[in-house]
Ligand binder design. Structure first.
Ligand SMILES: Cc1ncc(COP(=O)(O)O)c(C=O)c1O
Length: 388
């Protein structure tokens, strides 16, 4: 066998994704598509706003000279200028184009910043439950993931984070609004984190991963993390905001408050190049220059959240009400999430076990299927609950 042991082990660890996909495909063959309720997919539903496609058409038609050539590894200056202006308005901080790097999605941005921060054995704190790819991104750069539990409402606990910090801690990743729970971390917690980090005798950088930033519900005002915490690197993408995850466009923003932002910017620019991304897709940078502020309407997701949350809680499920994203993370009534996922499958319902996100005893449901499918799935959730 020529493949490396490390990647073989990582693939085994992540194999539930493949298993769910295979089971789903088999169930659809056996039962018919309409009788399978697939709550596993993290792919935004709906098409990109028409403005995005119109901007894409204009970019193709304009076709400025050298628009298909290599460019500065950080991305086009004009595009970074637009992002810097937008971030300065949102945060009150003096972002300039030099603080911004256009990236291959948020996934590219996280890999670039981890590559720039980590030496082998350095630690990165992750709050549980978590987006499972974080582990692999950290291991890509020889780092070590350190897991810190959140409470029953999935809010972080500052004392637990403080206890997990060691001289090897280089970063902490905050994912809010959170995949898989949909919760937003509180301003109180963020203030406490700032006090904790600014009191440390070595720099710990907060990676603010916020691809779901525009998908918040009930008019909630999201805490502006770079205004509350000084040592931040924001990773963002338009994957969810504009329903274009296949186009791979995002950015990384170094806070102007980071004393070492210039050498870190140089390291990130170099990392973007040597990780093989080279630069973010050129044509999508031009599109983003026109639609950077735009996002899909979160209300259809909010309506689906209401249908599912109200339906499940009425039956007796325990579910923290998501404040954003398109996920929900109900408690598995039997405690054993794998057993409960199997029980849901008998009803044609596909869900992801919470263990895949580091917290067993829960299941993750994605709201990226039609409302009518969610409504038709509710009786199956009720029967599965009654069977326990
Ligand atoms: C929390 C979180 N971060 C990052 C990503 C990566 O997103 P992308 O690389 O498409 O921007 C995802 C995708 O699902 C996510 O859920």
């Amino acid at each position: 066998m020529s493949i490396g042991k490390t990647i073989a082990e990582q693939m085994e660890h992540a194999s539930w994704i493949r298993r769910m996909f295979e089971i789903g495909a088999r169930m659809k063959r056996e039962r018919g598509e309409e009788n399978v309720f697939d709550f596993t997919l993290g792919n935004p539903d709906g098409e990109p706003p028409t403005e995005v496609i119109a901007a894409l058409r204009r970019a193709v038609e304009r076709n400025p000279a050298r628009s298909h050539a290599y460019m500065p590894n950080a991305g086009f200056l004009a595009v970074r200028q637009i992002i810097a202006r937008q971030l300065s308005q949102q945060t009150g901080l003096a972002y300039t184009p030099d603080h911004i790097l256009m990236t291959v999605g948020a996934a590219g941005a996280i890999n670039v910043v981890l590559k720039s921060l980590l030496d082998p054995g350095d630690e990165v704190i992750i709050l549980v439950p978590f987006f499972p790819e974080y582990q692999f991104y950290i291991e890509n750069h020889a780092g070590r993931m350190v897991l810190v539990e959140t409470d029953d409402a999935f809010q972080p606990d500052i004392a637990r984070i403080a206890a997990a910090i060691t001289p090897r801690t280089k970063a902490i990743i905050l994912d809010s609004p959170n995949n898989p729970t949909g919760v937003v971390y509180s301003t109180d917690f963020l203030r406490q984190l700032e006090i904790l980090i600014s009191g440390l005798d070595h720099p710990v950088t907060v990676i603010v991963d916020e691809p779901y930033k525009s998908l918040v519900f009930d008019g909630l005002a999201l805490p502006v993390i770079p205004s509350l915490i000084r040592r931040t690197v924001v990773t963002y993408s338009w994957s969810k905001a504009l329903s274009i995850p296949g186009e791979r466009i995002g950015y990384l923003a170094l806070s102007p408050c980071l004393p070492e932002w210039e050498p870190l910017r140089d390291a990130c620019t170099f990392a973007n190049r040597i990780l093989g991304f080279i630069n973010a897709p050129a044509i999508w940078q031009w599109v983003i220059a026109e639609v950077a502020d735009l996002h899909v309407d979160p209300r259809p997701y909010q309506e689906k959240r209401d249908v599912l949350w109200e339906g499940l809680t009425r039956m007796g499920y325990e579910v923290t009400k998501p404040q954003g994203t398109f996920y929900m993370f109900p408690k598995a009534p039997v405690g054993d999430d794998l057993a409960f996922v199997r029980s849901l499958m008998e009803e044609g319902i596909l869900a992801v076990p919470g263990s895949g996100f580091g917290r067993s005893g829960y299941i993750r449901l994605s709201l990226t299927i039609p409302r009518e499918t969610i409504e038709r799935a509710l009786p199956g959730f009720e029967r599965a609950l009654r069977k326990t």
